[in-house]
Design a protein around this ligand. Structure first.
Ligand code: FEO
Length: 166
């Protein structure tokens, strides 16, 4: 496996792992605040990100690459509001998309169409996850200071659980 691509895939393994732990911290925050629907959503998102990580690890191993199980930073655990929580979600997904684009760019530079093809699944996944994050953030922005709407938001978010491609 090309060294620069192997290195970028290992970076991506770390970003997916970091997202998984971040969403776990967000699920726990929501749980303690009484938003059980939001908690379930982020517990599920955390599982999805873990699958994204292991899918990459298995791919690198299949290609005789060297997987590095990463050390992770402490995820952010406290949020001022539901809005802040979902702003963090969107920011995290945009970051992951940017990193995937870097892998794709390097694949084209190195003419590694095998990895390029594999990464298309992640491109599709990111489109869906960013769309979900934007939709939920839009809903919260519409609610504004109307905290009574949070009850319905917490109830309705279950429709978004497991909406990824895996
Ligand atoms: Fe796998 Fe949403 O990053």
């Amino acid at each position: 496996m090309n060294e620069s691509i192997e290195s970028l895939l290992n970076d991506q393994i770390k970003y997916e792992a970091q997202a998984s732990m971040q969403y776990l911290a967000m699920a726990s925050w929501a749980d303690t605040k009484g938003y059980s629907g939001v908690a379930d959503f982020f517990y599920s998102q955390s599982e999805e990100e873990r699958l994204h990580m292991t899918k990459l690890m298995k791919f690198v191993n299949e290609r005789s690459g060297n997987v590095i199980v990463p050390a992770l930073e402490q995820p952010k655990a406290d949020f001022d509001s539901l809005l802040a929580l979902f702003e963090k979600f969107l920011k995290s997904e945009i970051f992951v998309t940017e990193q995937i684009n870097k892998v794709i760019y390097e694949c084209l530079q190195q003419k590694d169409y095998n990895v390029h093809n594999f990464m298309q699944w992640y491109v599709t996944e990111q489109l869906e996850e960013e769309a979900t994050a934007r939709t939920l953030l839009d809903k919260l922005n519409i609610l504004g200071e109307d905290r009574s709407g949070y009850y319905l938001f917490d109830k309705d978010i279950k429709d978004f659980i497991g909406s990824g491609t895996n």
